[in-house]
Ligand binder design. Sequence first.
Ligand code: BT5
Length: 336
Amino acid sequence: MREASFSAGRIELTLEQRLLGFFRESEDGVLSGERIGAVLNISRTAVWKHVKRLRDKGYRIDAVPARGYRLVAAPDALTVDELAPGLSTLRIGCRIVSVPETGSTNQLAFQLADEGAADGTAVIAETQTGGRGRLGRRWESPPAVNLYCSVIIRPPIPPMHASQLTFLSAVAVSRAIEKSTGLGPRIKWPNDVLVNDRKIAGLLNEMNAETDTIHFVVLGIGVNINMERGQFPEGLRQPATSLLLESGKTVDRREFTRVLLSELDNLYDDYLRNGFAGIRDEWLARSMLDGKRVRVSFGEGETTGEVAGIDNDGALLIKGSSGNIERVLAGDVTML
Ligand code: BT5
């Protein structure tokens, strides 16, 4: 057993999280109390206490006579104990706050960020009672099937560039879907990820900033993972789907979440070092709108034309009939 393999990047693991990590790395899932005690540097009685605490949290750990303990089943839950072991990131997920239920993870993350939560803190809930979309819309958040996650970052960039971070999230979600399922997601400006023309993920970034300083940005990410057909309400703005419905397979939410946090971490690090260009290119390669005729509605107005990419601020460029280019910073797109 290598001690180092249990410290995930800068994440400080608790004894119980390290113990779960040992179980996962052990060959047949059985560990002797003596061995655990030696590696964690605790007494056999303390080992027994931690095993008991894990059992109380829903882990099934059997006693194997004369051999020790075997981890038989772990709860299928997005808890910090399940996510932290095996996560190896620089910033994103350095702290994970997991709760069974909250109004909105964006709201909870905003509150924690106001209280000083570190760059990279991820807030995850099993269900949201008031999940938010843009413009006061609702995000359906049934329990124990999907991912509802908000990541706090404190990027040293001017507020006018904050919209670039929505593109960073969209690329990270797309990469995570590709890696976990092999499906081919497409991105619809500004904040939707679709599979087979149905919405599978939505992004909602919110920030706290002054004129020229960002205090923090909350990257809100909702991904429909194992949501069943009957769990979608009627009358959604556009057809919706889940990874389960598109791939035909139940997806391990813990593994998906770890992949997503890692991709966010890779992209964020690249963004801080090299700027927006790489993300913009990757985003454009997955954009389903380039060259398409669309109508974009925003606030009081709307505009129609052909999509000619996005600019450096993430504004959608619309080419009108006379060849003029209009920049749209926010809005809802309908394909014509
Ligand atoms: C979004 O808004 O797509 C942003 C969704 C962000 C959700 C995450 S979950 C974690 C974090 N905490 C929060 O409270 N929010 C973020 P918008 O483009 O306005 O789309 C909202 C519209 O999508 C709704 O009006 C519905 O028509 C539809 N919709 C609602 N729930 C959906 C779901 N689970 N899957 C697909 N479509 C949905």
